[in-house]
Design a protein around this ligand. Structure first.
Ligand code: ADP
Ligand code: MG
Length: 529
């Protein structure tokens, strides 16, 4: 019998929070994280400057990047960060929206908990609300075809507004739309899939952001290795080598005992001979361009240049893979493998004047493209790259799903009103939870208004009024505060951005609301064994 004996079920180093305290802790964490990113929402949102422990500086407006750099420790908070990460991974945009939405859903839940609505009722109401929300958004969506370049441009544009790259937005939107359409594959008539890996983004400091370019081919961030090589080669036959074209330490690691200068001479003679053989094999293969993942010895450089070969050394592994795909060639590990089948092909390969770049264009595989970005500082280029990445992802979403919704707070206002109507038909305590769910959406138009310096109550009320009168696309013009038709204003976003945000924000909130016991093992303190 265990009578009188204390039963120990937790190790000493486990910190336990229970009941209301646990709920409160998660609500606070979610609200704090939402508060941290909410000022960046919308075109007039602010940027954040983040400095890592190693001193690296990031200036960004991107929700996922901010949360990543913040390294959140709170367990509930980590789940909220995961919402943003999932949003970024799945759709590439809407990370701030999703995070702010979790904060708002948690805040509404807090109110319900204070009214003693049981967490399971809240979760139940949120589930019903989410199903309704997805149905409503789907009904609000508008069709976009592969050929609707104008709408695709607007979708790219909307994803980039508010970033510090505003000045080149239109140009970049054009590049991005063309790039995504270039790599899209039609699987069934009218159905497209895009492999985001087919688009490579290459950045280089120097020149202005206006010099961004779409290259139907590949870009390598290095010049030719030796000055006497040609600067340009047409009808390029590209050898892709993973092996070094020099004598590396690993190759001479085996013990050789050299006792006389003759032996030394013989040894280096042998080395030279093996390099010469390598170079011969390259020339014999018919290659006129060499991309080498490792180094190229001076002697080999000279020999290749004599044969009019353009060569680049120390090419990154990722670039080698992308080149193999684009050029329909194979990266080889042994020189014997060089032949017509493993060589890649392109119309032209050569150097970009005034830049440390090699461009290979007119590749055999037209589905590989590179977006080349230039900018005067690395900070700016980083933010530009993030914006291009987001834009490419939203254009991909729109092309794959063929649907978009209207932004500027219009969807969220419509959701709030219609889900409230729906709640009224449900009745009981669950109705309260569905209403709370509906009200949570107000955070988006409210924050857009707040970040643009307008009176939030005025704007939210005005939006609700026109929506109640049937203007389902009405949203906030963040520049002058007017409530306008956002479809006409061209503020549009892929349907997937909204559905993913609604799903992941709701599901995470439901998960957190039902937690009433948190056990956190402290890694720092050793527990009893
Ligand atoms: P997220 O990380 O959620 O994408 P953003 O800072 O990109 O955050 O802001 C997205 C929000 O801004 C969306 O609700 C979108 O509809 C809105 N938005 C974007 N451009 C405009 C615009 N020109 N006018 C009004 N709202 C806009
Ligand atoms: Mg965005």
């Amino acid at each position: 019998m265990l009578a009188g004996q204390p039963i120990i079920i937790l190790r000493e180093n486990v910190e336990r929070t229970r009941g209301f305290e646990a709920q409160r802790s998660n609500i606070m964490a979610a609200k704090a994280i939402a508060a941290a990113v909410r000022t960046t929402l919308g075109p007039r949102g602010m940027d954040k400057m983040l400095v890592s422990s190693s001193g690296d500086v990031v200036i960004t407006n991107d929700g996922a990047t901010i949360l990543h750099e913040m390294s959140v420790q709170h367990p509930g908070g980590k789940l909220v960060v995961e919402v943003a990460e999932a949003q970024d991974g799945e759709v590439g945009d809407g990370t701030t929206t999703a995070t702010v939405l979790v904060g708002s859903l948690m805040e509404e839940a807090e109110r319900l908990l204070a009214q003693e609505v049981h967490p399971t009722i809240i979760a139940n109401g949120y589930q019903l609300g989410m199903e309704k929300a997805l149905e409503i958004v789907d009904g609000l969506a508008i069709t976009v075809g592969f050929g609707d370049r104008d709408d695709l441009l607007k979708i790219a544009d909307t994803a980039m507004t508010g970033k510090s790259i505003e000045a080149v937005k239109d140009k970049i939107a054009g590049i991005v739309v063309d790039a995504v359409r270039q790599v899209a594959t039609e699987t069934n008539p009218g159905t497209y899939v895009v492999d985001e890996d087919d688009i490579k983004i290459e950045t280089q400091v120097g020149d202005s952001m206006h010099d961004a370019k779409l290259i139907r081919g590949i870009v390598i961030d290095k010049k030719r290795v030796f000055e006497q090589m040609p600067t340009k080669v047409t009808d390029a036959k590209v050898a892709l080598l993973a092996l070094p074209l020099e004598v590396t330490k690993t190759q001479v690691k085996s013990k050789i005992k050299i006792t006389s200068s003759d032996q030394m001479k013989a040894f280096s003679e042998q080395e030279r001979e093996s390099l010469r053989k390598l170079a011969d094999q390259i020339v014999a293969s018919g290659a006129n361009v060499v991309l080498c993942q490792k180094g190229i010895a001076d002697a080999v450089q000279y020999y290749l240049s004599k044969h009019g070969i353009y060569a680049v050394e120390d090419v990154k592994e990722g670039d080698m893979k992308f080149a193999a795909k684009a050029l329909c060639g194979t990266v080889v590990n042994k020189p014997e493998e060089l032949n017509a089948a493993t060589l890649g092909h392109a119309e032209e390969a050569g150097e970009v004047p005034d830049a440390d770049l090699t461009v290979i264009s007119g590749c055999d595989n037209p589905k590989a493209v590179t977006i080349l970005l230039r900018g005067t500082s690395q900070l700016l280029l980083d933010e530009l790259e993030r914006a291009v990445y987001d834009a490419a992802r939203v254009v991909q979403d729109a092309i794959e799903d063929g649907k978009f919704v209207v932004g500027g707070g219009s969807v969220e206002t419509e959701l709030q009103l219609r889900i409230r109507d729906y709640a009224a038909t449900v009745g009981g305590r669950v109705q309260l939870a569905i209403e709370a769910f509906a009200n949570a959406f107000e955070v988006i138009p409210r924050t857009l208004a707040e970040n643009s310096g307008f009176d939030t109550i005025d704007k939210v009320v005005a939006l609700r009024k026109v929506h109640a009168d049937g203007a389902k696309y009405a949203g906030l013009n963040v520049y002058n505060g007017e409530v306008v038709d956002m479809r006409e204003a061209g503020v549009i976003e892929p349907l997937r951005v909204k559905t993913q945000a609604i799903k992941s924000a709701t599901e995470t909130t439901m998960l957190l609301v039902r937690v009433d016991d948190m056990m956190v093992t402290q890694s720092g303190r050793p527990g009893p064994q």
